[in-house]
Design a protein around this ligand. Structure first.
Ligand SMILES: [Zn+2]
Length: 380
């Protein structure tokens, strides 16, 4: 799993830093050649980026590049992508299990691509529940992690012990058959209590880990009663995956959940975009590039929807960071000097600055949102 603490520290790394994002997908034919395609790309891109580095930093640049190349030679990545942040005092490798685009930067650590990946791949969860207990899994950026400290184990051995006393209450004339019925009813009541407790535990866990959605998976006899105990508001960000046993391995679970997740995500994005556009009257929601950017930077937005891969340029103030599409050379907010920036680079940072969650949408939702300007937001 990616190191969440490290990600928070990356913006503070001392400059200059060499940032490399490499598409190292072993399934891509370009990476099956020797040397692999990402290595060739790195070498040729480094000539351009290195040429632009200040003269005083040329040696530093070459040293960091050599480190990255040596690492790639000695330990060819097996993951789909790799992000490297290398500086005189720093060496941070982030293996990535999702699609990455090749990029190389020198100077400030470049977090743009990483921030987009984090926005697009929100962590989600799966709970495998059956009559022996519940296992908890966290999915993030193409990886799966079983959280053993969250697990619930149902110990049924104690139930039998207690139930031996049952005939005394049930009466001496009860037949063996009805005694068994009483016992079974009590066992069922115990299971019902377990499913109720499990549902509560799931809600707390998902909140603590900020997981969305959560898949409740397992045999029908267990997932149905657990589902019934979950609050309606929770069910909106959860889904049932019925009909498999608790013996499944994490890798098998990930494979089973992947298409469910894809389906859930597309439907969710479409619902978000439809609702935002329907309410985009400027009071509850707002749509369109200029209006949304303005409301975001006025602190009015709480959730942003953006088309994946949205292009375009903005002009951004070097003093106060205000950004818009107008050609004005001076900042409308503070009169400061402005420079041209890619929307793609500015947006994740603006969203974080104003504490706004970002929904990166693809598929049908993206087509609808693109027609409305590519950007929309819920207002506070
Ligand atoms: Zn300004």
């Amino acid at each position: 799993m990616l190191d969440r603490v490290l990600i928070l520290r990356l913006p503070q790394l001392p400059t200059p830093i060499l940032t490399a994002y490499l598409d190292t997908n072993p399934a891509d034919p370009r990476n099956q050649r020797r040397p692999p395609g990402y290595f060739i790309w790195l070498k040729s891109r480094a000539k351009i980026i290195g040429g632009r580095a200040p003269a005083a930093e040329q040696k530093l640049f070459r040293e960091q590049l050599a480190r990255v190349e040596a690492h790639l030679r000695s330990r060819p990545p097996r993951e789909r992508g790799l992000a490297v942040f290398a500086g005189p005092q720093d060496w941070h490798l982030l293996p990535l299990h999702v699609a990455v685009e090749d990029e190389l930067h020198w100077g400030r650590p470049s977090l743009t691509q990483l921030l987009w990946l984090l926005d697009e791949h929100q962590p989600c969860g799966a709970v495998l529940v059956d009559r022996s207990g519940a296992r908890f899994f966290r999915f993030w950026l193409g990886e799966i992690e079983e959280q053993q400290d969250a697990a619930l184990v149902l110990d049924t051995s104690a139930w039998k012990g207690k139930e031996i006393a049952a005939p005394a209450h049930a009466g001496a004339q009860k037949t063996r058959g009805s005694m068994r019925d009483v016992f079974e009813q009590r066992v069922e009541a115990q299971y019902a209590r377990f499913f109720r407790d499990a549902a509560q535990h799931i809600v707390q866990w998902a909140q603590r880990e900020t997981l969305r959605p959560v898949f409740i998976a397992g045999p029908n006899e267990s997932v149905e009663p657990v589902w019934a105990e979950l609050p309606k508001t929770f069910q909106e960000h959860a889904a049932l995956v019925k009909g498999f046993s608790g013996k499944i391995t994490p890798a098998e679970l990930q494979e089973r959940i992947a298409p469910e997740r894809e389906r859930w995500q597309r439907a969710h994005e479409l619902a978000v975009v439809n609702e935002m556009l329907a309410q985009s009257n400027g009071r509850r929601a707002v749509a369109g590039m200029d209006e949304t950017l303005a409301r975001l930077q006025q602190g009015d937005a709480r959730e942003l929807a953006v088309v994946r891969g949205l292009g375009g340029k903005l002009r951004q103030c070097v003093k106060c960071q205000w950004a818009d599409r107008s050609g004005d050379p001076a900042c409308p907010a503070c009169g400061g000097e402005r420079r041209t920036v890619a929307l793609r680079a500015a947006l994740p940072e603006l969203a974080r600055k104003f504490g706004v969650t970002v929904e990166v949408v693809a598929g049908d939702a993206a087509a609808k949102l693109r027609a409305a300007g590519g950007l929309a937001a819920w207002l506070r």
